[in-house]
Every structure is written in structure tokens, then in C-alpha cells.
Design a protein. Structure first.
Length: 300
């Protein structure tokens, strides 16, 4: 198993980033990740206005994937996410859905123990760890805090243990990187997740040739997900829904109109990221596999 140290981090998706390792299909890789604050907040007394906010969302990597070329699809399976023993919560004035009620920065360090976040002695949360930021590298240079068709800061709770990601490849070697793990995060990330360092164990499962997708797709045992981002929620929903309709139309051999019917009666539109922190809204559309009795949704 290949281990990528958290010492190898970047704040950009950039094709000029030097790969820190070379991997191949079938390899299992451990990405050691920093929390989204770059481990700058260590106690409740540390405040976001005391740290360098220019350095946010560090990603570990990138790694060069042998055989991955522009136009391919890189398939990455999330095998495990091992969170550190604490998480960091922070409220920031002028950020978040309830920003008008946040008068001053607040930091709260919470214990992570036995698969749970200990918010207080009486308030305990069952963790569902997920990778907030993951992607291949686009042709242009994009900060790790932003979202795009390469992936990036999608903050999608479906990117969890057992999920498989289908990532479009834009540059030679794909240059895969990831970070920003949350021990838990609600849909929409109203202000913050349980931000923590972690070890993310993935498998480079496949490289699919001669088939393109416009943006990352996610597969779980039960569902398929398409993703999209846009400056406003309505546009993000339209794009992600159209991507799901196109996927269903192709996989099931049905019209776009029938795909629209299916999404409307059994699909779910979910908000991934609407934290109002200066970047796009991100959404994902969920569709269950069980609907097709011929099993055509059982594989990509």
C-alpha cells in the first residue's frame, strides 16, 4: 500500500504541480490529510481571525495515475476514512447561511471517539465520515477551496466509505488529490462540518477509455449521483438534473422525457454545499438502482 504524507499538500489544482507519487490501477493508496484549516486551530481560544485565511482546504497530493489521459474517466473507490481523535468547528462572521447572527468568531474543539462526535456530554453524533474535497486536475489553475467539473470542494456527503467516484480526466496522469475530511456534515453544510485530519484509503479501481462524463459521478451500493455547481441554486439543480437524465436515458435506453418522469417520482435533489462562503452552490441528484428490474444500473 502506498502512503502519501500530509507533508505533501497543495492549495491548488494545477497541472504544473509536481506529482508526489505514481500509482497504477489496482493500487491502494493512503492519503494523510490535514483539516480544512491546515491544522491552524488547536484550541477553543484560537480564532479564525488569528490565522492566515489565504491557506484553506489543503489537499494531499497530487498523485500521477499511470495510463490516465485526457478524455478518460478515473475510477476511485473509497475504502476507508480514519478520522483523528478531534474535530474543529468554527463560526465566521459574514459566512454561512445564518451569517447575520454570527457576531464574532467562535471555535469549538470536539472529541471524536468510537465513531462518534462528542458535541457535549448530552449531545453525541453518529459519524458518517466523508471526503469534502477530491478531484482530478483541470487544465486551468483552480484553488482547492472551489468547486468545478474536476470535482474539488464538492462537500458531497455521498463521497463516503464504500463509494466509488467516476472522475473526468483533463491532464496527463489525472493528478488526483484530496483533503477536507469531515467526520460528519449535514446536507448543505449550513456553516461547517466536523473538520478533521484523517487517513483516506482509496483504491485506484479503473481507467475507463472512450467514454466521457461532464463532471464527477458517485456510485454507492444503492444509488447513483450526478453533481453540479453554479452561482445560484436553481441553475445548479438544473445542470445536475439534466446530467442524471442524460445518464438514465443512455443506460436504460429511454427518452429524456421518461428519464425526467423517473427523476421526478423517485430521484432526490440534495444540496451539497450552500455555506455562502464566496463560492458556488453545489448539488447532487440521487437516483436509486433498484428501479431497473434488468439490472442496467448495477454498473457504470
Amino acid at each position: 500500500m502506498i502512503r502519501i504524507s500530509r507533508e505533501h499538500y497543495t492549495y491548488y489544482y494545477d497541472r504544473n504541480n509536481e506529482p508526489v507519487a505514481t500509482v497504477s490501477v489496482g493500487d491502494q493508496v493512503i492519503f494523510e490529510t490535514l483539516d480544512c484549516w491546515g491544522d491552524q486551530l488547536k484550541t477553543d481560544k484560537d480564532r479564525v481571525d488569528s490565522i492566515n485565511m489565504s491557506y484553506m482546504n489543503p489537499n494531499t497530493g497530487p498523485v500521477f495515475v499511470e495510463g490516465a489521459e485526457p478524455g478518460d474517466i478515473l475510477v476511485v473507490k473509497i475504502l476507508d476514512i480514519k478520522c483523528e481523535d478531534h474535530g474543529v468547528l468554527a463560526l465566521i462572521p459574514n459566512e454561512g447561511v445564518l451569517q447575520q447572527y454570527v457576531k464574532a468568531p467562535i471555535t469549538k474543539i470536539v472529541e471524536i471517539k468510537d465513531g462518534k462526535t462528542i458535541f457535549s456530554d448530552e449531545l453525541v453524533i453518529e459519524n458518517k465520515p466523508m471526503v469534502g474535497t477530491i478531484g482530478t486536475t483541470p487544465v486551468g489553475r483552480i484553488p482547492t477551496g472551489l468547486i468545478g467539473d474536476h470535482g474539488g470542494n464538492m462537500d458531497c456527503p455521498a463521497v463516503r466509505i464504500g463509494s466509488t467516484l467516476y472522475l473526468p480526466v483533463f491532464v496527463h496522469g489525472a493528478l488526483l488529490q484530496m483533503g477536507d475530511v469531515h467526520a460528519n456534515m449535514g446536507d448543505g453544510e449550513i456553516c461547517i462540518g466536523v473538520e478533521c485530519g484523517a487517513e483516506v484509503i482509496v483504491e485506484i479501481a479503473d481507467i475507463i477509455k472512450d467514454r466521457c462524463i461532464p463532471s464527477p459521478m458517485i456510485e454507492t451500493d444503492e444509488n447513483w449521483y450526478t453533481t453540479a455547481n453554479a452561482p445560484v441554486l436553481e441553475e445548479a439543480i438544473r445542470i445536475a438534473t439534466k446530467r442524471m437524465a442524460d445518464f438514465l436515458s443512455e443506460k436504460l435506453g429511454i427518452s429524456l422525457e421518461d428519464a425526467t418522469f423517473l427523476i421526478s417520482i423517485v430521484g432526490n435533489v440534495r444540496i451539497s454545499q450552500a455555506a455562502q462562503a464566496g463560492y458556488d452552490v453545489a448539488v447532487h441528484v440521487e437516483f436509486p438502482k433498484y428501479v431497473d428490474q434488468r439490472g442496467r444500473l448495477s454498473s457504470f
